[in-house]
Design a binder for this molecule. Sequence first.
Ligand SMILES: Cc1cc2nc3c(=O)[nH]c(=O)nc-3n(C[C@H](O)[C@H](O)[C@H](O)COP(=O)(O)O)c2cc1C
Length: 304
Amino acid sequence: MKVRFAGLELVSPVIAASGTFGYGIEFEEIVSLKAIGGFVTKGISLEPLAGHPPPRIVTTAAGMINAIGLQNVGVEDFIARKLPPMRRYPRCQVIVNVFGYTIGEYIGVIERLNDAQGIAAYELNVSCPNVHAGGMAFGSDPGSLEYLVTRARAAAARPLIVKLSPNVTSIAHMAKIAAAAGADAVSLVNTFLAISIDAQTRKPRLSNITGGLSGPAIKPIALRMVYEAARSVDIPILGMGGIVTPEDAVEFLLAGAVAIQVGTASYADPRATERLAKGLESWCRAHNVDRVASLTGALEIPRD
Ligand SMILES: Cc1cc2nc3c(=O)[nH]c(=O)nc-3n(C[C@H](O)[C@H](O)[C@H](O)COP(=O)(O)O)c2cc1C
């Protein structure tokens, strides 16, 4: 079940996705942290953030919309209190999700993390609005993305995974920009911009009005984006978006992902990541797949 990418070695290709697994350690009594390949922390900023007021989550048909507002403890508290207990699980790779509202904030977080022990890689969340460029998300503007990734790559002392936003016209174009700017890998997809409206009250259901859609509702689109990104870049791809069953995970691997992340499924079943890691292993055994890595990009396109 081992996979390798960007200098990391994982015991399983199953990784818990950012924002759905806390800082990892909160899950130690729920999930066997030895069974999964790793997890991505909640997005970490330079200063602590309280996030948006509730309601911050609504359920939808086959998914959920969240507008948490990037609540987190801030980089100093993360390093001092959240990171050290994870050293009890040395094989569970800790990937730190990083964000900021300016390039300087992103770089500040990365520089601070560079000094800390027990981190395998950084995942750059580029879905944040760029306050210096009129509020358009870094990841939706090719020029901002290129500049941010170039600066982050120069600052990062560890592998840099760039988490692409799906709220773009061409995911292949954005993946190419990230790769050319020095990303060691790309992960996709983040959530899709969405809104939920209550017909009775005539009001939006989220305090922030709009939020990000995730879960099985987005799976076919996420899978298509992973497929397109995989055909456009040579760097490894981490795929996600609505993965619930081992078959879902296999589909993302076939589309070209080297590893997969599981987010919303943990809200329905907090043990989803462990269940998936074990389920994927059973699937491989049942289908005579000796190495899970052999599934990556093994999609067969019929030719006539
Ligand atoms: C409640 C919630 C919080 C999230 N917070 C973050 C975050 O802080 N940073 C980030 O890059 N992605 C965040 N995400 C996005 C997920 O990591 C993932 O990309 C997305 O939900 C799609 O995967 P899924 O359908 O398996 O949930 C969050 C998702 C949810 C549902």
